[in-house]
Design a protein around this ligand. Structure first.
Ligand code: TTP
Ligand code: MG
Length: 367
């Protein structure tokens, strides 16, 4: 199985860079973009600041009066946010970036994931060259800089992009993931906020490496199964989320008419078995796993009913599909009185199997 090559693009000091774009004279000065709450002249908070201002300790989230204080005696320029303008610029950049990717997913106004696996034929060297090319072209055409992280999945590419800014390019090959993540503080993982990080601190977990080595059973006991498993995987650099266009969560479904209208489970399952075979072929071909399984029933009065089940861990085999579809239909027949005319099966919530690393899911299937 080929390893994936995922890029995360994060636009540099975005709101402030947009301001520099329309007024290049700002470039060498500290630039602070803020939300003015209007109570007093200086009340409000900093949205972002350019890197000149950051040298003075000015950053997102601090009060404007404090930013003013820290920038006293400089030529600092303070500006109110202009969302409309930033969105206009963002749209242009995202449009350009989309063209370089096999799959594209924008996250917020200034970030996007690009799955470039096919484009670079799985080569991280080629990905580096591609990232440099994209940087050059976007700089030339739109005069905007950004930082890029390249890794075998979303999680690693995101952390990589944060490690060199602005205008950075950080490549983490699959075999480098552990060494790269290990020394970083746990709060660099998405989802480790102040509370979780404090809890982990009490357990002696300070770095991502500490977390990766921590007994997974205990982690599950302390944090619950979902979080425990998530953090264990994350700390080991394992993440199988697909890069996919927001709002276009994918599914595969098949629907077919029964030989006769019926409420007979055996007849229904005979039909759904065929649909499952068909769906499974596509699963194998696309090399994905799924977490959600659904059934569709079109009744004799042509009303459409559906039921679905979320699996605890991603599945990819016919057995899991058959079992869940059977359970769902058993339950459904108990709840409805009409005969069924057509039946369907649907899977969604896809994930890509990790190429190199052992998924923890297999651990749980064994226990
Ligand atoms: P970020 O990408 O977090 O920050 P940035 O682009 O300003 O700087 P960096 O070079 O570190 O990437 O956020 C993107 C934009 O979102 C940012 O330009 C302004 C806005 N924003 C806020 O309004 N408030 C905040 O607290 C943060 C973090 C960001
Ligand atoms: Mg940014």
């Amino acid at each position: 199985m080929q390893a994936r090559v995922i890029m995360l693009v994060d636009l540099d000091y975005f709101f402030a860079q947009c301001e520099e774009l329309r007024n290049p004279a700002l470039k060498d000065k500290p630039v602070v973009v803020g939300v003015y709450s209007g109570r007093t002249e200086d009340s409000g908070a900093v949205s972002t600041a350019n890197y000149v201002a950051r040298k003075y300790g000015v950053k997102s989230g601090i009060p404007l009066y404090l930013a003013k204080k820290r920038l006293e005696g400089t030529e600092a320029v303070f500006l109110p946010v202009d969302d409309e303008f930033y969105e206009h610029i963002s749209d242009k950049i995202m449009h350009a970036l989309r063209g370089y990717a096999d799959a594209f997913e924008q996250v917020g106004i200034d970030e996007a994931y690009l799955d470039v696996t096919q484009k670079v034929q799985g080569s991280f060297e080629a990905a580096k060259a591609l990232a440099q090319k994209i940087k050059g072209e976007v700089k030339n055409q739109l005069n905007i800089t950004f930082s890029v992280g390249v890794g075998p999945n979303k999680l690693v590419s995101k952390i990589a992009s944060d490690s060199q800014k602005p205008n950075g390019l950080t490549i983490v090959k699959p075999e480098e993931v552990k060494r790269f993540l290990s020394p970083l503080p746990v709060n660099r993982l998405i989802g480790v906020g102040r509370k979780t990080s404090a809890k982990m601190g009490e357990l002696g977990i300070k770095t991502i490496g500490d977390l990766a080595r921590y007994d997974v059973q205990r982690l599950v006991e302390i944090l619950g199964r979902t979080l425990g498993v998530y953090f264990h995987n994350a700390a080991n650099g394992v993440d199988n989320q697909l890069v996919q266009e927001a709002g276009e969560a994918e599914s595969i479904s098949r629907i077919s008419t029964l030989k006769e209208n019926t409420r007979d489970l055996a007849l229904i399952l005979e039909k759904t078995d065929q649909l499952i075979e068909d769906i499974h072929k596509e699963v194998v071909q696309r090399d994905i796993s799924f977490r959600q399984i659904g059934i569709i029933a079109i009744m004799t009065d042509l009303s459409v009913r559906s039921r679905s089940q979320m699996l605890e861990t991603p599945a990819r085999y016919v057995d899991a599909l058959r079992k869940t579809v059977r359970e769902l239909f058993e339950k459904f027949l108990g709840e409805s009185e009409l005969e069924i005319r057509r039946v369907g099966v649907k899977i969604s919530n896809f994930a890509k199997e990790e190429a190199e690393q052992q998924q923890l899911t297999s651990f749980f299937q064994k226990t």
